[in-house]
Design a protein around this ligand. Structure first.
Ligand code: S3P
Length: 427
């Protein structure tokens, strides 16, 4: 469905609670299903991706009840999962597909996994390679590098593995497989990526050691059910932060946003660009959270690359948009991973922002944006990619004329209340 938006220089004011963190919500369902007992999850993200995870675990026989944003998982432990009689449909979710591969590889049964057209294009070799080293039996298109994938569960063995890409999904798939493997798995992580899996392993009672970019996990550990409080998703908050920064006379408070340091690159970058932003940390255990106040700000271009990239990988489409409003040049480099996200986000962002008159060019591993430029209304394509859809939605706030976004429904993958929140804040 195409959505037509036209604003007249709005200011954003008020306070909102962004939906639960997508990465943490997925993991809460997975860990609650592995553990024995009753796990409760509060603040769960009712987005399409996380609902795909729930539906896959139900097919494995795990009892999962959903009421508002509270999820209750009753599991007798992963040893009692049953062989699914249907294909496990992972929808648009890379996290579901990749992390579940790590889990299914070590079961005693056969399963088949497939997602949508975007998932069918996303590289699975990065997951299959370490899992095969652990003894996994996985078959699929192009030697198992693309979905659909058939997984024959087997006894796995521990590995000593150096991650070739800074990917939390690869790291997590290996860690989840390691739980069922014989021996101690050691993972070397050259550049640190989000560590929600490591934090949740500890939360569910596993012993894991982490030191100097090396993670160690002994196989055969059993997990115990727990309560999970999901913090607000900083990747969703980022769109509202960006909207406030580039509109006039705006001030918004975002409550209870997750500020795990492996995810807060967006805050560091906008501060470096000159943003006025206040972060007041809440008193929480485990995953950290804060109330964030953000004000309209005059921004300047900066260079972004290196170890910063995994800390803001999902925020780069939004950063490209705000860079069009910053004084000077913004250079994004070392971000070739963007090419294998829900869509090729370098090509898509450059194409879509160019339609609106932005001075933006693609490089092999990033983008170069010259600002500030006035943005003009255009017919935008989301490519079914939620973050592209939201980038267009925020761009519409400052564009002259009408912005039309095709397939805007895809935004419900991670932020179902996105337009509702924009309406509240622009009133
Ligand atoms: C995620 C990890 C990141 C991120 C994705 C969610 C996760 O992917 O882009 O949206 O929950 O582990 P990569 O691990 O492929 O970088």
């Amino acid at each position: 469905m195409a959505l037509s938006l036209s604003y007249n220089n709005p200011s954003l004011t008020g306070s909102i609670q962004v939906p639960g963190d997508k990465s943490i919500s997925h993991r809460a369902i997975m860990f609650g299903s592995i553990a024995t007992g009753i796990t409760t999850v509060e603040g769960f993200l009712m987005g399409d991706d996380c609902l795909s995870t729930i539906s896959c675990f139900r097919k494995l026989g795990v009892e999962i009840e959903v009421t508002h944003d509270l999820v209750t998982i009753k599991s007798q432990g992963d040893d009692l999962w049953k062989e699914p009689s249907q294909v496990l449909d992972t929808g648009n979710s890379g996290t579901t597909t990749r992390l579940m591969l790590g889990l299914l590889a070590g079961t005693s049964f056969h399963s088949i996994m497939a997602g949508d057209q975007s998932i069918a294009k996303r590289p699975m070799k990065r997951i299959i390679s370490p899992l095969r080293e652990m003894g996994a039996d996985i078959k699929g298109r192009q030697d198992g590098h693309y979905t659909p994938l058939a997984i024959q569960g087997t006894q796995l063995k521990a590995i000593d593995y150096t991650l070739p890409v800074a990917s939390a999904q690869v790291k997590s798939a290996v860690l989840l497989a390691a739980l069922k493997a014989d021996g101690k798995t050691i993972i070397h992580e050259p550049i640190v990526s989000r560590d929600h899996t490591e934090i949740m392993l500890e939360h569910f009672g596993a012993t894991i050691t982490r030191q100097d970019h090396v993670i160690k996990l002994e196989g055969g550990q059993k997990l115990t059910a727990a309560h999970v409080q999901v913090t607000g998703d900083i990747s969703s908050a980022a769109f509202i932060i960006g909207a406030v920064l580039i509109t006039q006379d705006s001030k918004v408070v975002l409550k209870n946003v997750g500020i795990n340091p492996t995810r807060t690159g967006i805050l560091d970058v906008v501060e470096q660009m000159g943003a006025r932003i206040e972060v007041n940390e809440n008193d929480t255990q485990g995953e950290r959270s804060a109330d964030i106040t953000v004000y309209s700000s005059a921004l300047r271009g900066i260079e972004i690359g290196g170890e910063m990239i995994p800390r803001l990988i999902d925020e780069l489409p939004l950063i490209a948009l705000i860079a069009t409003q910053a004084e000077g040049t913004t250079v994004i480099k070392d971000a070739e991973e963007l090419r294998v996200k829900e869509t090729d986000r370098i090509a898509a962002v450059v194409k879509e922002l160019s339609k609106m008159g932005a001075a933006i060019e693609a490089t092999e591993d990033g983008m170069i944006i010259h600002g500030p430029t006035e943005l003009i209304g255009a017919k935008m394509t989301s490519y079914g990619d939620h973050r592209l859809g939201m980038m267009a939605g925020i761009a519409a706030l400052i564009a002259t004329g009408e912005v039309v976004i095709d397939d805007a429904e895809c935004i419900s993958i991670s932020y179902p209340s996105f337009f509702e929140h924009l309406n509240i804040l622009t009133k």
